[in-house]
Design a protein around this ligand. Sequence first.
Ligand SMILES: Cc1cc2nc3c(=O)[nH]c(=O)nc-3n(C[C@H](O)[C@H](O)[C@H](O)COP(=O)(O)OP(=O)(O)OC[C@H]3O[C@@H](n4cnc5c(N)ncnc54)[C@H](O)[C@@H]3O)c2cc1C
Length: 380
Amino acid sequence: MLHYQLSYWERDSFFRDIDVAIIGSGIVGLSAAIHLKEQAPKLKVVVLERGPLPIGASTRNAGFACFGSISELLDDLQHSSLDEVLQLVEKRYRGLQKLRSRYQDTTIGYEALGGYEVFRPTDQTLFEECADKLAHLNEALSLITGSDTYKHQDDQIEAQGLAGVQHLILNQKEGQLHTGKLMHTLLRRAQELEIHCLCGITVTGLDPIGDSVQISTDHGWTINTSRALIATNGFAAHLLPELEVKPARNQVLITKPIPGLSLKGCFHYDRGYVYFRNVGDRILLGGGRNLNPQGEETDVFGYTEQVQNYLLQILAEHIAPAQSTEVDYWWSGIMGVGQQKKPIIDWVNPRTVAAVRLGGMGVALGTEAGEQAAGLLLEG
Ligand SMILES: Cc1cc2nc3c(=O)[nH]c(=O)nc-3n(C[C@H](O)[C@H](O)[C@H](O)COP(=O)(O)OP(=O)(O)OC[C@H]3O[C@@H](n4cnc5c(N)ncnc54)[C@H](O)[C@@H]3O)c2cc1C
């Protein structure tokens, strides 16, 4: 990276008197910035992003507006009490409702097409456990979602064009959105509020000095701010190696348009390690990091033949066996995960808050996580 001095004009207009600098312009960073300016319009809020646009998970995800497939909740119940699991579900469910009421369904491309869990013949034992607990979970979740959440939907297997699938359980309250439209909407709102989003700046360090924080950048110059928020999710280890956040790369493909595609909705396959959905008349398919957990514990974008071949096989054998599909292109994205499913939202030094580890539910949790982090900064 080229090192150079900032001019007087650059310092004076872009970097003077910053009240809050936010590192990372994903859902969390932008939601925090927006909340700060809505609560305290006089604050000077600057967002620093290393990419030409947000390049972590928020612009590269699958757009599932999900809050928990039935097997995921059963798995959670192995380690947590029912109350704890319900609290997590409620947070996600309310998070989605907040997102939708804030930005409107048409603006973010939200469609209430449901979220299906796919059970193959080899998943029979898991299916039986889920079927056994379905009524119990519906009753427990009805306090949150208002009515039955899960329902058997085997009659949809053929209608959706699936093959080699034994059972489907539908989460009727889930939906899908257009990830790009959501991020565009957040950036537009940030602009309206005169939040400065500066791209192409990688933050390399933060040092509390006196009553401010000095931020070092890959350009060689530093920026001073009264307070900072680190919202770098799967890249957190670069700035906060002490936190329990690991990167998890996900490889994703999108097909070319498929005439007469019958698939509609979001699908969780192999306990959610693989996910697919329709995007109009295309199929988006991603995941499979469990094939090589160590190899995919990386924050470097890229692909492996192993995962790509696995996803292609699922596409051909299970998702669209009767249709001719052609992959248009691939991409990858980086999640931030940990042993615990909860995000970390806390002070990491007297002037800096971190809001990281959003896992695979950032669409549902991101707005609230950003707002919670902004709340800490406003109080502190
Ligand atoms: C392929 C994939 C599919 C997913 N599918 C879904 C889904 O369907 N539904 C769902 O709810 N969730 C999904 N997720 C998870 C969801 O996308 C994330 O939880 C959410 O986007 C996290 O938002 P964030 O703002 O915390 O992080 P990010 O969006 O990762 O934002 C962090 C930002 O920080 C920037 N950054 C990093 N380091 C620095 C630095 N040193 N200096 C400056 N900038 C920096 C990055 O470039 C990035 O833009 C998926 C994730 C992936 C990768």
